[in-house]
Design a protein. Structure first.
Ligand SMILES: C[S@@+](CC[C@H](N)C(=O)[O-])C[C@H]1O[C@@H](n2cnc3c(N)ncnc32)[C@H](O)[C@@H]1O
Length: 218
């Protein structure tokens, strides 16, 4: 796990170029954000936000007045996210360096409110992040604790594709293991178990799984 954390920190300046904005994974981010059905002015949590590749899609929906709370354990990935926000003139971006599996949600809430945010958010999202966490259930619990009752929660993550095109499965397995993701974790099952009004989506021959649901009272 420490090695994976170092990997993301070392490659942070190259992350957007190397892996993330290739069209395969952008499709999942866009579908995930779309499924949150966000309104202008909403506050959204992005757990394992990395370099902020969801921010553009989120800002298109919540506008400048809306707030993004990005949480990531890598200071270097967050520095890239900060740079991106500054470059685009996005305001109301709160970035918090924290391990989502061990940090008490109370301390995250304190950090959010001390930076002008609301204690509970309207929605929470994790794209390609929970499958890297151990245990991923702790990251999911944080998402739930930071979201208001009735708010939407979305997990976008990866599994082995169902495609019969030769090499596709092996390639997906390789990409995930290089990135430190557990392709067998299937964290979206938590949305099905813990939320109501669940919608599902898939892309890229089943490699990308998108689940979104509504938070019940916690
Ligand atoms: C594959 S990247 C995905 C980044 C972004 N969500 C995206 O869609 O491009 C996974 C991110 O999760 C972060 N991460 C992994 N484990 C974490 C943990 N326990 N707590 C917080 N962030 C974590 C990594 O630092 C990395 O930035």
């Amino acid at each position: 796990m420490i090695l994976i954390a170092e990997k993301y920190s070392s490659f942070a300046p190259l992350y957007d170029l190397m892996s993330a904005e290739i069209p395969i994974y952008r499709a999942g981010r866009k579908l995930g954000v779309q499924s949150l059905d966000l309104r202008a002015g909403a506050q959204v949590i992005d757990v394992g936000c990395g370099t902020g590749l969801n921010f553009r899609h989120l800002k298109e929906r919540i506008g400048l007045a809306g707030t993004i709370v990005g949480i990531d354990r890598s200071a270097e990935m967050l520095a890239q996210a900060r740079r991106k926000a500054t470059r685009h003139g996005w305001t109301n971006i709160i970035l918090i360096q924290a391990d989502a599996t061990t940090t008490p949600s109370e301390s995250i809430i304190e950090s959010i409110t001390s930076q002008g945010g609301r204690p509970l958010s309207d929605a929470a999202l994790a794209t390609y992040a929970l499958s890297l966490m151990n245990p991923w259930e702790a990251g999911w619990n944080m998402m739930r604790k930071l979201t208001a009752p009735g708010g939407r929660l979305c997990i976008v993550d990866m599994q082995e594709p169902t495609s019969r095109i030769p090499g596709t499965r092996a390639l997906a397995r390789l990409a995930c293991s290089l990135g430190g993701a557990d392709i067998t974790a299937h964290p979206w099952k938590a949305v099905e178990a813990d939320c109501v009004d669940v919608t599902d989506g898939t892309a890229r021959a089943g490699h990308l799984q998108i689940r979104t649901g509504r938070q019940t009272a916690t």
